[in-house]
Design a protein around this ligand. Structure first.
Ligand code: SAH
Ligand code: SF4
Ligand code: F3S
Length: 446
């Protein structure tokens, strides 16, 4: 029942965070180099790579239903060769192999550069597993970057040493590693040569990145941002995700000095209550988080803020949850992600007493999301009348319509005579919950 034919086409389906999107692109490039081409939209692929996420239970369970659908011919006419990659592969590789006989390969996030050998093994009928974790070896073994969308991801740092008590990432991605400075500047140049105008630097703890220049001098995140800003065709730089513990003065100043660094910061707080933050093993308090934001806003007054929240961490009382609503009110996020706590196997919080009942979590999440929606709408409303640059990223649904992003990471739609990759000057004229309408004033490229 396992497909062992040499694949000619592939499809990578990525779930979870942006780093999985980056990994998915790189797997695609690697497969293309092997002569396996991307299956056209809507057509069957000979090889399907499920690039999975383990962060919450629902995300992790999805892989088994996807495997079932692929095997039973529900997703495409013919069952493909199946590879499971990403964080579920890392965390549950053996279980996947035992539960799903149709899976040919299990490949962890630090081992996917070995896909070509694994495919060769799968074609000869073997089942292949590689969940080794030599994070840096992967990048050196991957092919050069060639083509890029206008907005490109660049992984600069991977793994996490923070061990928040609810989180699987330190186990699925391994210890924090920083990719070398020179390799990153080179990759940024390749992306720009391939069409990128905006580069988003990625890491599970992106601001923990550290490196050395060619003279052996220490460089931090701000130094890397300045080096990438010096590449002439880079129009915009972003980074995510940061932990409050790693934000240094140099990075804060860069927000005030580097015009290509966009006025947007994704800085998860998780909870507004200090007892819960301590139980989560977050190293900040509600107050230290707010003080940090004040410093960023002093450097860049129009900074848009984004965050992540967990409701219903074990033991969270109603009053402790109210503190999360209070910090939301105090910050005024431009956008944010919020989740019900999901117990993950092997993490300390999963076995803590006082797990919060689902109906309580549901109610808290609804209240939190109502506040977050209110603030997002207010942020978007306050954008009306502003003139800003928009990077054109793709066509919209309507005839002649284009979609792009504002400096504050809002989706912007407009009708104009432009091309993908153009930077246009636009006036924001209409605000919805999740996007803005604009009138293009000038094509900055033309
Ligand atoms: N490295 C980033 C993000 C990691 S995962 C950081 O430290 O902030 C993305 C988000 O998923 C987290 O910020 C957290 O809000 C959420 N998350 C992680 N583990 C979770 C769990 N067990 N249950 C619910 N949400 C979780
Ligand atoms: Fe997970 Fe915490 Fe690390 Fe973020 S900092 S990846 S939430 S352990
Ligand atoms: Fe998910 Fe792994 Fe990213 S668990 S959020 S894909 S690091």
């Amino acid at each position: 029942m396992r497909n062992t034919e040499q694949p000619k086409t592939y499809r990578v389906k990525s779930f979870g965070c942006q780093m999985n999107v980056y990994d998915g692109e790189r797997m695609g490039e690697l497969l293309s180099e092997q002569g396996i081409t991307a299956a056209p939209e809507g057509e069957d692929a000979d090889l399907v790579v499920l690039n999975t996420c383990h962060i919450r239970e629902k995300a992790a369970e999805k892989v088994y239903s996807d495997i079932g659908r692929l095997t039973k011919g529900k997703t495409q006419k013919k069952a493909p060769m199946i590879a499971v990659a990403g964080c579920v592969a890392q965390a549950e590789g053996e279980e996947i192999m035992a539960r799903s006989p149709s899976v040919s390969m299990v490949v962890g996030p630090q081992a996917y550069h070995r896909l070509p050998e694994m495919i060769a093994g799968a074609v000869s009928g073997k089942r292949m597993t590689d969940t080794d974790m030599p994070a840096d070896a992967k990048f050196a073994a991957l092919p050069q970057r060639k083509k890029s969308a206008p907005s490109a991801f660049l992984t600069i740092q991977e793994g996490c040493d923070k061990f928040c008590t609810y989180c699987v990432v330190p186990y699925t991605r391994g210890a924090e590693i920083s990719r070398p400075y020179a390799a990153l500047v080179d990759e940024a140049k390749m992306l720009v040569d391939g069409g990128a105008r905006e580069i988003t630097l990625l890491g599970q703890n992106v601001s923990a990145w550290s490196g050395e220049d060619d003279k052996g001098r220490a460089i931090g995140m701000a130094g890397l941002i300045r080096a990438i800003a010096a590449i002439p065709d880079v129009a915009r730089i972003r980074y995510m995700t940061s932990h409050p513990a790693d934000m240094d003065e140099d990075l804060i100043s860069a927000h005030g000095e580097v015009s290509k660094l966009m006025p947007f910061l994704h800085l998860p707080v998780q909870s507004g209550n200090d007892r819960i933050l301590k139980a989560m093993n977050r190293s900040h308090s509600a107050e230290s988080y707010l003080k940090l934001l004040e410093r960023f806003r002093a450097a860049r007054p129009d900074l848009a803020l984004s965050g992540d929240f967990i409701v219903g961490f074990p033991g969270e009382t109603d009053a402790e949850f109210e503190d999360t609503l209070k910090i939301v009110d105090a910050v005024g996020y431009a956008q944010a992600y919020s989740f019900k706590y999901s117990p993950r196997p092997g993490t300390p919080a999963a076995t803590m007493d006082d797990q919060v009942p689902m109906d309580v979590m549901d109610e808290r999440l609804q209240r939190l999301q109502a506040s977050l929606r209110r603030d997002q709408q207010a942020f978007n409303d306050a954008s009306i009348g502003k003139t800003c640059e928009v990077l054109v990223e793709r066509k919209g649904k309507l005839e002649g319509q284009w979609l792009g992003k504002s400096p504050w990471l809002q989706s912007v739609h407009f009708t104009a005579d432009v091309a993908i990759g153009d930077v246009v000057k636009a006036e924001l004229i209409q605000a919805g919950q999740n996007s803005l309408g604009a009138r293009v004033l000038e094509n900055v490229n033309a």
